[in-house]
Write a protein that binds this ligand. Sequence first.
Ligand code: MD3
Ligand code: FE
Length: 203
Amino acid sequence: ERGLAPGLRYFPDHFDRAAQEALVAAIRQVVADAPLFVPRMPKTGKPMSVRMTNCGSLGWVTDKERGYRYQSTHPETHRPWPAIPEALLALWKDVSGFDKPPEACLVNFYDPDAKMGLHQDCDENEFGAPVVSVSLGDQCLFRVGGVSRNDPTRSFRLSSGDVFVFGGESRLIFHGVDRIYPDTSTLLKNAGRINLTLRRVNP
Ligand code: MD3
Ligand code: FE
């Protein structure tokens, strides 16, 4: 483990190959139940380049009309989200330092040309809990700044199996994914990258 800034912890290679394969299998089941959807920016309806789904009692969704929010059902099937896989609940217990379990696990799928602009995660009502992130598949260039958009940023090349914990003073930092490095992992059959983020939504 490496501590990088107050509240920001990095666990390179936390999951070994077998554990990563088990996580991918669990996520494939989640996607079979709750298909990937294309998130759209509030007001403009511009599609994001990542595709998403969720597991847990609440999932993060966004569309043109209603914007960013958490809800208990899939935006297209209108069914409840599937359960968070046990291995991810165990990870939360190991690294979050927070006693209540996460309500939400957002699953982001990056094609080789997908990215995510610099943003803060502030749609939750509980900033005392950290966000725990797991990277699977191709490497990416991940950028983290400070709590103001203009703060200087640092970049990290994240690899499959890496875990990040964003808590404390780092819970509201700006962050984004600048690019995917194609063909840098053999974990996923269909290439690209998966990121899982575990979150506590309500106090
Ligand atoms: C720092 N996802 O889903 S994970 C997101 O790789 C998101 O898919 C990126 O940003 C991805 O919102 C980055 C790392 C991450 C996730 C949540 C954070 C960093 C964070 C919340 C607060 C601070
Ligand atoms: Fe984020």
